[in-house]
Design a protein around this ligand. Sequence first.
Ligand code: HMG
Ligand code: MG
Length: 328
Amino acid sequence: MSDLVRITDVSPRDGLQNEPGVIPTSDKVKLVELLCKTGVDEIEVTSFVSAKWVPQLGDGAEVLQRVHAWLHANWTKEELPGVPCLSMLVPNQQGMQAALRAHAGVSVEKIAVFAAASETFSQKNLNATIEESLERFRPVMEMARLACGQPIHVRAYISCVIACPFEGPISPEKVADVAARLIEIGADEIDLGDTIGVSTAENVSELLRVVTKRIGKEWLAKRSVGEYGLTLHLHDTFGRAAECVRAALDLGVRSFDGSVAGLGGCPYASKTLPDGTIQRAPGNIATELLVRTIHEAGYRTNVDLNALADAAAFAREIVAKSRAGAGS
Ligand code: HMG
Ligand code: MG
């Protein structure tokens, strides 16, 4: 099995989506530009969800257009194949149409739909049952297959793969059921999301065993663009994400998500505590920590840690600025 590991940085999407203060579009564009120079394989640039649900990412179309204009102006034809895959979240047909419109003249390489293994979380995040959400994704996957030029690849997230903030522990079999359904309707990649960061090396290993037994071990081997397989998306609430990465590498996982500076969290995983305070959803594993952990375990990535540190410093700066502005 290859020792090359695929890295997706989700900071422009997961990292920023829950920030309360205004982050200027130009800062989001600059963050993506810096990430383009790091060697990560993929950048999740934004979401095409309702701006009423996630106001922070309401400028997704503009971000994408400006990133493409920057690439066109600054990268030579020879360099362009080295640009990371640029992907975005799409919850339904309306989002898919908006994503296609935003790309006018540039082909969309990949989108991500997002389901959950918890009914309560699915309702809170998508205003739909798990079954209804899968029915919404079906025509989106169809549109991806029928896209002009080459087909658009589809990542399918499953949230709450270890536990749900509202329902508690989730069984690996439930996650495997949702994964199998997503593959049946056309997903090219399954991304297992530990939304609230409660993984341990033991429970994540058990999850991976059950899921790969159901969907087939061949999903682990796929990792290059065009043959996506199984990805792990960890949030790092208790500082255990790195040990989960090591356990997943041992089991053959070769694709991980991170967010520079450890930013992130789903707004619909935040909880109101009995005293009325809001417990914000936890951040993703920092891409810096993710890459270091992978290298220290004897595997390779295409990532330049110095360039990644520059992107992380900028991400920290824009979030600090926006939090100061929002008074939080
Ligand atoms: P809904 O209210 O049920 O939608 O929301 P609707 O179809 O009834 O439409 C209501 C309004 O939304 C209409 O507008 C639609 O046009 C509009 P109005 O007539 O009221 O002006 N609308 C849209 N607008 C823009 N883009 C769209 C769109 N669709 C409908 N695509 C909906 C359903 C899915 C839209 C909503 O629930 C939503 O946007 N949810 C997104 C939530 C979200 O983004 N959560 C964070 C990402 S998931 C995550 O972070 C987890 C992950 O990181 C993995 C992990 O860690 O576990 C991926
Ligand atoms: Mg997430």
